[in-house]
Design a binder for this molecule. Sequence first.
Ligand code: DO4
Ligand code: MG
Length: 290
Amino acid sequence: MRIIRYAESEMSQLAAVKEDSKIYPLPYQDFQELLKTCEEQQKNCLTLINEVLDGIDPIQKSIDELDLKLPINAQEVWASGVTYLRSKDARNYESQGSEPTVSYYDKVYVAERPELFLKSTDKRTIGPNEPLYLRSDSTWQIPEPELGLVIDGAGNIVGYTIGNDMSCRDIEGENPLYLPQAKMWKHSCSIGPAILLAETVEDPYAFDINCRILRNGEKVFEDAACTSQLKRRYEELVEFLKRDNELFPSTILLTGTCIVPPNDFTLNDGDVVEIEISGIGLLRNPVAAQ
Ligand code: DO4
Ligand code: MG
């Protein structure tokens, strides 16, 4: 079962999408209220929603006909780094060319402590179809398609979503201390189009991730990967995030990229980024200069 939010007469409506693709409006203002109700009633989301929807009819529209919005307004979006071999190799290239020295990226890939960083805040995060902005001071920008964990205030993984951790390879490559500027700016993170409830996922290490970039309607990049290639366990990432920290009632933790476009590729104004994850959906965003 997936949770979405769509525009409905100037407001937004939270809804559940069942396995048969039928869509049912939910009586909660947002995902946080759904989670709070689950906590109060000590039920998991699936059980609560099935009880609430008993006897309710689906809406007469398919998901493609809806104006989908950001499914959750998480106060914070965190991200993990160098959790896939592909990401480590790309970072080594951008920071030192092909020099075979042992880098901080090599070290963090095998270290017990993962790389975690604050990626975005509520106001900077966008949903499906909203424009991703390019930085004006970077000439090497790429999308990073990532599986996102939706976690509650206690650190339980309650769902999975799609995230785009837009990155400036030249800024990070110049100096890793520039990471916050290479990662966080207005509209540099998109999330959506749905949250797949954790209770309905058999194997979270079997998500197929596909990324396409379109330019003037033509596909200029496509690649695919699978979360089975992840170096770490999700619980391990969450454990480090919550250690001596305070988590908001719902937080998103991106799990790192496993797809990187070729080294001579940079995003252009007018491109369209599509990220698809099996069972979750397709997150599509146009790219725009600010
Ligand atoms: O080390 C910098 C960031 C890495 C990252 O964002 C990723 O691996 O996805
Ligand atoms: Mg990333």
